[in-house]
Design a protein around this ligand. Structure first.
Ligand code: SAM
Ligand code: SF4
Length: 341
């Protein structure tokens, strides 16, 4: 599939749930959100049918995301079926990491590498107290994770991915007043192990409106101070919009997704399918194609192909987020957990 701007669309992000076991301050409101009733979510069979059709149209890579994808029962089995779809060359997973160890155990550890081609793990801090504040799982509150073991669970999962040889990208959202002190330490997770650490500029989605981002350029200067000059990495890593750099003595790479200060739409290759079955052409789209309605109305495969092609034709040249750096503070109404981040 090629859109009006000549971009090849071969990447689909599929949200399998809008539920989550965390409440990150930039993603979900403190009071939580009303979960979609189960019937309003696409079944795994429906998602697999759509992915099969889109694979026939040129989708080659699928990212399974959420909400937190690993809270949905049957995720491992679903991923295995996704991998088996002819034409799908790569299936990856984006997770907050809390249930990843359990997922490895369920899928037998070793074969996990064969099950997913890579894992993105979100990690915004290395400090347990700040982890509690950012994910709103502060010990003593009703949202405390069992035993308050959130951060150790994520770090154990990270070690496990290293032991299993699964390619990992760590995603960190720098937030002024929350995790400045952790960013250098998080970058260092790519020093001894060949993994990517990516810093994502906060986007004005969901509950992010009142938070202050840290621009990528400021972070690059901080890393240069601590580790030496970042050297642009000419190759590509993965399917996303990150720009990668090497730091002296680092085995892995540092990535910047400067979604706000640089824009990242020129090479956008993706569509997003929400857990409710809405296909959107862009993170900033307010609407999309309601494929659930079509699926449940008995649409043919040809009808679905037409709907997807119409949607691709609507893909805008770039996102339209108002610059939060300009303090407009207007924000997109849906969070990443809802759109399929
Ligand atoms: N729950 C999983 C996780 O946290 O990795 C997958 C879904 S989460 C919505 C996907 C990614 O979106 C995470 O890396 C998270 O940090 C990022 N994200 C959420 N809201 C964001 C925002 N307003 N700006 C930038 N990134 C955001
Ligand atoms: Fe959950 Fe991921 Fe959103 Fe955090 S960023 S609240 S882990 S969906």
């Amino acid at each position: 599939m090629i859109d009006r701007y000549g971009r090849i669309i071969d990447y689909l992000r599929v949200s399998i749930t809008d539920r989550c076991n965390l409440r990150c301050i930039y993603c979900m409101p403190a009071e939580g959100v009303e979960w979609k009733p189960h019937d309003d979510m696409l079944s795994f069979e429906e998602i697999l049918r759509l992915c099969g059709i889109m694979a026939g149209m040129g989708i080659r890579k699928v990212k399974v995301t959420g909400g937190e994808p690993l809270v949905r029962k049957g995720a491992a089995d679903f991923i295995a079926k996704l991998k088996a779809i002819p034409g799908i060359e790569q299936v990856t997973l984006t997770t907050n990491g809390l249930l990843l160890e359990q997922f490895f155990a369920e899928t037998g550890g070793g074969p996990m590498g064969a099950l997913v081609d890579g894992v993105n793990i979100s990690l915004d801090t290395l400090d347990p107290e700040r982890f509690g504040r950012i994910t709103r799982t502060v010990p003593g509150t009703e949202q405390e994770l069992s035993g308050g073991q959130g951060l150790p669970a994520v770090l154990r999962a990270l070690d496990r991915t290293r032991d299993l040889g699964i390619p990992v990208k760590l995603n960190c959202v720098p937030l002024r007043g929350f995790n400045e002190g952790d960013l250098s330490g998080i970058a260092a997770l790519a020093r001894d192990v060949n993994r990517a650490v990516r810093f994502i500029e906060l986007m004005p989605l969901g509950s992010a409106g009142s938070l202050e981002p840290i621009p990528g350029a400021e972070l690059a200067a901080l890393l240069e101070r601590d580790y030496g000059k970042p050297v642009p990495y000419p190759g590509r890593l993965g399917n996303g919009p990150a720009e990668y750099f090497s730091l002296p003595g680092f085995a892995g790479k540092i990535g910047f997704i400067n979604a706000m200060t640089q824009g990242f739409c020129e090479h956008c290759n993706r569509l997003r399918l929400s857990s409710g079955g809405v296909l959107t052409p862009c993170l900033s789209s307010d609407g999309g194609m309601d494929l659930r309605r079509l699926l449940r109305g008995g649409v043919s495969d040809a009808g679905l192909r037409t709907a997807v092609a119409e949607l691709v034709a609507l893909k805008p040249p770039s996102h339209n987020f108002s610059m939060i750096y300009e303090r407009e503070r207007t924000k997109h109404k849906s969070g990443m957990y809802h759109i399929g981040g």
